[in-house]
Design a protein around this ligand. Sequence first.
Ligand code: A3P
Length: 336
Amino acid sequence: MSEAIWDSFIETMLAPGLALVDPEHRIYEEEYRKFLLRNITHGDQLNEIDGYYLLPGFEPESARYAYDNFEFKQGDVIISTYPKTGTTWMTAIVQNILYIRDPKFLEQASKISLFFSYMEFGPVSKYRVTENLKVPRRFFGTHLPEPLVNTKKIRKSGAKVIYMMRNPKDRAVSWYNFVQSLPMSSHKALEPIFPKDMRTFLDVCFSGKQKSFAKDGEGYFECLKEWYKHNSEENFRIVVYEELKMNPHAEIKKIADFLDEKLTDEEVNKIVENTSFTAMKQRAEAGGTQRKGGMQMFRTGNIGGWKNHLTVAQSELVDRKFKEVLGDTDIEFIYE
Ligand code: A3P
């Protein structure tokens, strides 16, 4: 990605969030811009926290701040995901559920980027903005492994957590394509863990050597297992990407009930429409967050595409690992 494309992307990442707080917060813009250039455009170092590795831009200090200092409150919604399981989609659904009755605000809130809403993304100083976002019910995202999130504090505050789950084979293909669109993929230092060739990339991914939001040697399955421990808790809900895709009305209704938002059928229909793959992709293209040659957030949005990309051996390896790590849970994936 060229620096110019990234620069304009930064604009779309920062400005709307900053505009939602006092105008004086614009003084931080330069500081955040520098951070993004340093860590995203030029970042070639993984960050490490308690043995877990985070991609450039995801900061241990911010993760610790969220754990120790950030005050969650009743009404807050935290969307927790392993990358490429439908984070952006669920974020849009939650925003729609919370603000569907105020279209102008929904439009504004949908522009609060991951920079401010992801707990661990960006420098800890960005919390000066995050903490002042004028949002009636707040939403946050995180890719952090469960031990790095203060789930006790979140539960006590009355906030709710939605964990998104997707079959690991489609997830891995999505991840490959996404990583290729990031500036870090062209840094030599990261090439061994994010190879350019898809087959090699998937081999590294499935062998747990990618050090992405996991410990070395671990990956999506281990992270899912940790989060799954909360499955029976009242403030925690798992949503399955494939179920959402196949049955959006029923699933969105269930998510709204979980968030204590009573929606009319008409509102649910509107949310299904607003958050369809096509509608979201079109909005991103029109708004500049999905530029040609830039970061790819919307690719196919389909189930089962992995069959065209994984070798039989890779697919069997995933099945074996699944049994090893998650065999003692009742988790089942939907592969087609
Ligand atoms: P694909 O690359 O398989 O198309 P995340 O937001 O966690 O990074 O996940 C990205 C994946 O979710 C991508 O998958 C993307 O296309 C898909 N996605 C985004 N919006 C979607 C939507 N509205 N409906 C279905 N899938 C969506």
